[in-house]
Design a protein. Structure first.
Length: 269
């Protein structure tokens, strides 16, 4: 099965695997990666991992909504696009795809820097780090990226280098259901692929808003798991973007992606 086939499985249902990982890592990283639970500016990468990522990803700024941002991604020209996914040695590389929700969020921030300028921003489930990079480019005072995959954290540092930015801190653990930090803005894209995970996000985000008056922006192209969840009734469409042809082809018919503002009621459901 090629990597493209792996993407198809992911969109059909393998996202449940990643959702279980998010749910199982409550408040802490995987033990085998405990030493990598926090990446900060100036921290060196494992030379072997760096070499592997540089050899097996392609630097690109085309085919997506933010040509201003260069990223290391898996593309059809990469070896693992054709290899069996199980041969990738570091777990499923969800981070190596620039998903449509993240594209929309990043485009919106670049076009509207006032949204982040001078503010503290948490990029939840950051993946390749594009939205965090967009926040830095647009003048955010503080940016923290979060993902559960330590290889994603390493890839984010490489992507910062590509865009001539000092790496922002990256925390590698599941922070959902942990103490809500005092952030001006939380952004998250393509995270609503499992009902139980969506429920956890719903309540955690509500808590952040209630305690800290945090603003929340969500990027999603309108997948069924997202549209059918109860959170949908508390979202307000901010902007919708037409996806580039390459992104449409790689996401099996999705034609647009939307930025939503999350404005829940005062009561916790």
């Amino acid at each position: 099965m090629t990597f493209r086939g792996w993407k198809w499985l992911l969109l059909l249902g393998r996202q449940n695997t990643l959702a279980k990982v998010w749910r199982s890592r409550r408040g802490g990283p995987s033990l085998c990666w405990k030493r990598c639970c926090h990446w900060s500016a100036g921290k060196s990468l494992d030379p072997e991992v760096r070499a592997f990522l540089e050899e097996n990803t392609e630097v690109t700024n085309s085919g997506h909504l933010t040509p201003e941002i260069r990223l290391r991604l898996l593309t059809p020209r990469c070896r693992f696009w054709r290899e069996k996914p199980d041969l990738w040695p570091y777990g499923d590389p969800f981070w190596a795809i620039y998903w449509p929700g993240g594209q929309a969020l990043s485009r919106y921030i670049l076009d509207n820097p006032r949204v982040v300028k001078g503010r503290s921003v948490l990029d939840l489930g950051s993946g390749c780090g594009a939205t965090a990079i967009a926040a830095v480019m647009s003048g955010a005072a503080q940016v923290l990226a979060n993902d559960i995959d330590p290889i994603a954290g390493m890839a984010m540092i490489l992507n910062c280098e590509l865009n001539h930015l000092n790496p922002f801190p990256v925390i590698i653990k599941n922070i959902i259901n942990s103490e809500a930090g005092n952030w001006d803005l939380i952004v998250l894209g393509d995270m609503f692929y499992d009902e139980q995970l969506a429920d956890g996000l719903h309540h955690w985000l509500q808590k952040s808003i209630r305690i800290h008056q945090t603003e929340v922006l969500i990027g999603d192209p309108g997948r069924q798991q997202f549209l059918s969840h109860s959170i949908r009734s508390q979202l307000h469409k901010v902007i919708e973007y037409s996806l580039p042809e390459y992104t449409r082809q790689e996401n099996y018919g999705l034609t647009s992606s939307i930025v939503w503002s999350y404005q829940p009621s005062n009561s916790l459901d």
